[in-house]
Design a protein around this ligand. Structure first.
Ligand code: KG4
Length: 407
């Protein structure tokens, strides 16, 4: 079984093709991500209307790249009679324009594409003539509403034209299920059957930070979440205070690593918000405020030295790592979890990965973390989640964005 997946929840346009092998493993055929990072760097954050416009521009080229890489793209040359082609398109292109009425440029390009290429199903060179895309997985939330709708409308148009069902996917759940994509995991467990349950899931991304008790796939209970800023948001906002580029996570990690090599004596101490609180919730806005006050105070005295920025970056990173690890340990003990599943952009952080693996309290607990490229937003994880929900297929008319969708 092959699933085509689309994600446009925030500022990355992504399309992937994932195949479930006979052995039940989820193999990535392609996972194309077109990042809008450069554009948003100028503004220090993501502007939904700009992001939506970029998705409209990027979706078709990214789809073509993903299909080509999966060897699923064949021209209609010689396969369809010209008259058939006209008949099919004349009947259907008006409807495609209606589905994509808010994306007229994308609709025009899509109709041209559909004239040129066949439904990506049979491709003798790639799959011995056996392969079929059976469904299109689409992120319906949570995320930026205009961005979600662009991806959903595109998926609806493809679903309508190719007569394929849609599988609606929760982006947060997908961050956790990215752990079941083949060869993405450092411990290479590979598939769910081997995972000992219950598990604790930690999603730490730009918009969300939550701890989830996982009794089985689909049986989740959110046991803790952030009361204000998400961990990634804290990286992004504090980086901005320090004059570092967007996205802040990688920028802070790079400054912190540089400082480690330079070996400074400058000491900065930031709070670890809610570290010892009795619940599993997080709060990161106080950390951001502490950074702002310290930055203002010191800049008056010493200005913004490289050493100061490095020391601050290191302390911000360590404060976030401490809180995430401590709360995960607490949840693991509290619910006697046998496995930990990590996911989301912040899990890309090298220092965080290293410290999670070395945490003495977690040494006996199986820990899964996707490869870095599968922690940040990507469509392969959307396909992974769809395989677990393949019974939840819907017709194209029913797909709706749910910007505030929860697990
Ligand atoms: O999961 P993601 O790609 O998008 C959302 O669904 O939100 O996460 C993006 C977030 C950003 O806030 C970014 O600063 C953070 O993940 N991030 C990192 C690193 N790479 C990305 N944070 C810390 N260290 C990193 N290496």
């Amino acid at each position: 079984m092959i699933i085509l997946a689309i994600d446009t929840s925030c500022d990355d346009t992504s399309v992937a093709v994932v195949e479930k092998t006979k052995a039940g493993k989820l193999k990535i055929k392609s996972d194309i991500v077109s990042s809008q990072e450069k554009m948003h760097k100028k503004y220090g954050g993501v502007y939904p209307t700009l992001a939506k416009r970029e998705h409209q521009r990027n979706l078709l080229p990214v789809l073509i790249k993903a299909l080509k890489q999966s060897k699923l793209l064949e021209t209609t040359n010689g396969k369809l009679q010209i008259t058939d082609k006209r008949r099919i398109l004349n009947n259907k292109s008006e409807k495609i324009k209606q589905i994509l009425e808010r994306e007229p440029g994308l609709a025009r390009e899509l109709v041209k594409f559909l004239k040129k290429y066949q439904k990506p199903r049979l491709c003798p060179s790639g799959y011995g003539g056996q392969a079929k895309i059976e469904a299109i997985a689409i992120t319906i939330g949570p995320g930026l509403e205009p961005c979600l709708w662009t991806g959903i409308n595109f998926a609806r148009a493809l679903s309508f034209f190719w007569n394929l069902p849609l599988i609606p996917v929760n982006h947060l759940e997908a961050h956790l299920l990215a752990n079941f994509l083949l060869k993405t995991n450092e411990s290479d467990i590979g598939y769910i059957e081997k995972v000992k349950l219950p598990a604790i899931g930690l999603v730490a991304s730009g918009g969300n930070t939550l701890l989830v008790l996982i009794r089985d796939i689909g049986q989740y209970r959110v046991i803790g979440q952030t009361r204000d800023d998400a961990a990634g948001e804290c990286f992004d906002k504090t980086a901005r205070i320090l004059g570092l580029a967007y996205p802040g996570g990688p920028a802070i990690a790079a400054e912190a690593a540089k400082l480690q090599m330079a070996n400074t004596k400058l000491q900065i101490k930031l709070p670890r918000p809610m570290l010892k609180s009795k619940n599993y919730d997080f709060s990161f806005s106080g950390l951001k405020t502490a950074v702002l006050y310290d930055f203002k105070k010191r800049s008056k005295r010493t200005g913004r030295s490289r050493e100061y920025v490095g020391a601050m970056a290191q302390e911000i990173q360590q404060s976030i790592i401490d809180v995430l690890i401590e709360k995960t340990i607490k949840a693991t003990k509290g619910f006697k979890a046998k496995t930990i599943l990590l996911g989301g952009g912040v899990i890309c952080n090298k220092e965080l990965r290293r410290q999670f693996k070395k945490a003495p309290a977690l040494l006996k607990t199986e820990m899964l973390m996707p490869a870095c490229g599968l922690c940040t937003d990507n469509a392969a994880m959307i396909a992974a989640a769809a395989f677990f929900h393949k019974q939840e297929k819907i017709p194209w008319q029913k797909a709706r964005a749910e910007a505030n969708l929860r697990i």
